[in-house]
Design a protein around this ligand. Structure first.
Ligand SMILES: NC(=O)c1ccc[n+]([C@@H]2O[C@H](COP(=O)([O-])OP(=O)(O)OC[C@H]3O[C@@H](n4cnc5c(N)ncnc54)[C@H](OP(=O)(O)O)[C@@H]3O)[C@@H](O)[C@H]2O)c1
Length: 328
């Protein structure tokens, strides 16, 4: 499945959680990595600066590249007030649009452009799995908060700009990714594990809502698979094949850490907690039941298809990084 020759890989938004994980991996494999970001941070790879809006010298790095990956976007882990909503939307739409312009203007456009999207684009789904062919885009569910509709609006606007970009020589893939679990500091897994370590890792709300997730190792392998499989384009769900109810998801995390008891968080407790943490309960209460039908059909094999094994591995990696052990 691997990539046989060294590639030039450009990652916009490559200074964030997912981008650093990919850049470190590709750099370690001998590929030439360039990150496009608004600030230079210490790294072993090249950084090209941009403002996320305007064509400038950074676009020269795209000309002649083999793979363009765009992950840029203001974090959604915040309260959805007017200012944050505007930044969440604009940072995704504008970066995607200007990358499309850079590719269209390139003398040697990259053969592949992967653009981040999100598994949150599907409706709140307790009843059945959402795959690329039969999954339903959300936004019209009755009785869901307006913040849930906002995330769908962002995801659909983001994908629309991507789809409309005219780049005839470039294969395009929208990555509808589930939560990417990796032990790096400040990432989603680190945050969830912190809740477990302080005894707050119980189920959220009813615990019935599904959690869609993917181990970071499989995320990287899926990206490599998509690079290698030139017949694949369009929207791809990048998630493990086994989403599971939050209740079971959190129980497996507590077991892996060796903490059998976690305080339940009822909906109103989560609302207050989310206000205090300056985030939105949508991130934990919306049921995301997303499956990777196209990856599976194409023959992709997950190293960590099931959460209990994945979470054991993640806890082990997390503990090794920090020199701590789970209390078994
Ligand atoms: N993490 C996940 O599990 C997950 C799941 C599904 C989808 N996604 C999507 O995948 C992408 C990467 O996720 P992540 O967790 O790595 O996010 P992250 O850690 O917040 O990184 C996002 C990157 O976007 C850049 N950025 C932020 N605001 C920007 C703006 N106004 N203009 C241009 N660049 C801006 C930042 O770069 P600089 O500040 O250095 O310029 C940063 O490197 C995001 O779009 C996210 O929505 C992530």
């Amino acid at each position: 499945m691997g990539i046989s020759k060294p590639l030039r890989i450009v990652i916009a938004g490559g200074s964030g959680q997912v981008g650093r994980m990919l850049a470190r991996h590709f750099h370690g494999c001998g590929h030439a990595v360039t990150v496009i970001a608004r600030h230079v941070s210490p790294s072993q790879w090249r950084t090209a600066l941009w403002n996320g809006r305007d064509l400038d010298s950074w676009s020269r790095d795209i000309d002649g590249a083999d793979v363009m990956i765009n992950l840029a976007g203001r974090s959604v882990n915040c309260r959805y007030n007017e200012k944050n909503r505007r930044e969440i939307m604009e940072s995704r739409v504008q970066t995607t649009r200007v990358i499309g312009r850079a590719i269209a203007a390139a003398a040697q456009p990259p053969p592949l452009w992967m653009n981040a999207s999100t598994a949150t684009i599907y409706r709140h789904a307790l009843d059945r799995n959402m795959d690329e062919a039969t999954g339903e885009i959300g936004g019209n569910e009755p009785d869901v908060p307006s913040t849930w509709r906002f995330s769908i609006d962002v995801a659909t606007a983001w994908e629309r700009v991507f789809t409309e970009a005219t780049t005839p020589q470039t294969r395009k893939i929208a990555l509808r990714s589930a939560m990417i679990m990796y032990p790096s500091r400040g990432g989603i897994f680190d945050t969830l594990l912190r809740l477990v370590r302080i005894g707050l890792g119980g189920q959220a709300g009813s615990g019935d809502q599904f959690v869609s997730w993917i181990h970071g190792v499989d995320f990287i392998r899926a990206i490599e698979f998509l690079i290698a499989h030139e017949e694949l384009d369009g929207t791809i769900n990048v998630s493990s094949p086994h989403p599971l109810p939050d209740r079971d998801f959190m129980r497996a995390l507590r077991r892996a850490w060796g903490a059998p008891i976690g305080l339940l968080a009822t909906r109103w407790m989560l609302e207050i907690g989310a206000m205090l943490l300056r985030t939105e309960t949508e991130l934990i209460l919306k049921s995301r039941r997303v499956v990777p039908a196209r990856l599976l059909d194409a023959g992709f094999e997950f190293q960590f298809p099931q959460w209990p094994e994945a979470v054991q591995d993640l806890v082990r990696r997390w503990s090794e990084h920090r020199g701590q052990r789970a209390e078994k």
